[in-house]
Design a protein around this ligand. Sequence first.
Ligand code: GLC
Ligand code: MG
Length: 423
Amino acid sequence: MDRINGSANLMIVSDLDFTMVDHDDPENLALLRFNALWEAYYRHNSLLVYSTGRSPTIYSELRKQKPLLTPDITIMSVGTEITYGESMIPDDSWKQYLDHNWNRDIVMEETAKFPDLTSQSETEQRPHKVSFYLDKGKAPNVMQVLSKCLVKRGLDVKIIYSNGIALDILPQAAGKGRALAFLLERLKADGLGPLNTLVCGDSGNDAELFTVPEVNGVLVSNAQEELLQWYEENARVNPQIMHATERCAAGIMQAIGNFSLGPNLSPRDITDSMFNRKALTPSHEVVMFYIFYERWRRGEVENPEQCIPNLKSIFHSTGNFVHPSGVDQPMHQTIDTLAKVSGDKKGQDFRVWVDRVSFAEVSLGSWLVKFDKWELSGNELRGCLTKVLMNSKVEAPNHLSWIHLHQTWLDDLGGQKDMPWLL
Ligand code: GLC
Ligand code: MG
């Protein structure tokens, strides 16, 4: 969050399962399109917030399974845990606040009296969240009776039903909406309040996100019955909230356009050659290049021979590339290798995306760009911390020339020096 000094342009607060992540799309295409959009146009001045029902344990499992970008802020366990930055520093004041009028033991005692409630796994039981499975048909009645029992015991709790199966019991002050309201207050107090906020969800525990004042909201097309019902009863006439016609991350991009919150055409949706386009920023350049690189290796670039002179003009003639193995080679050699691998991943699962793109002007017209580059080939995922020194060309200031490229493994693969990795 340090990179933003002043108001964030856009803050996206999104649920993960079946909102940002489409578990029915094994190729993750909509997510990859969103990623490219975010890194090219928003990362440097906006905030990405995930708001999930998952506990920290199963949230990190999802991060390993899906090409999710690194968020600035993570709200987990249905708005009961807020953490900041990549190192996920917990917000202790939020925890303390939730302790008020909360007694987990009483919740356990009372719920034990309901045989229809089946406890969820141990990882999903959190200090301010007790979670069960409950059949849809039984839910209304159980929720009503349980709520009365807890009131009788002097507790002020929130009972939320999601996905037609999950029941969460939280302190009244918790939940995704309350956590977001708290976060917005905190950001405003620090002078970091976003100019626009877009909340995105698909199930029952997301409903409160749409009640936070001054936010735009999108229910993705595939929203669950309980959220659709809430929408019909509470939000249908509210122009700030829409039900997308697109699924998951594609629905989020649709909403960015619908509410005019900024660019919403993913660089992945542009099929003409990157060499015909000008980079708007160094981030945009990097995103466009790695989309090109993915297409190049997937054999999706038309007339590959004609691209070689263009590649030579992007990479500075005296430039060099430090491979993550430590080998330093002249850039023209890298281009020769690149020419040979055109289409080598044809028909295979091969995807490339960038995360955490940042840039700084180190001297007039000279940029240091940093990002994580990820490459998925079949089941193998590899990441590299990448630094690029770029120069605007004097004759064409919107065209950037790559002078120096340096990569280091993000994981502990350092020993495997002979890995087939290009750039
Ligand atoms: C996630 C959590 C689960 C919770 C559900 C609905 O799936 O893992 O504990 O009940 O979200 O909020
Ligand atoms: Mg969901």
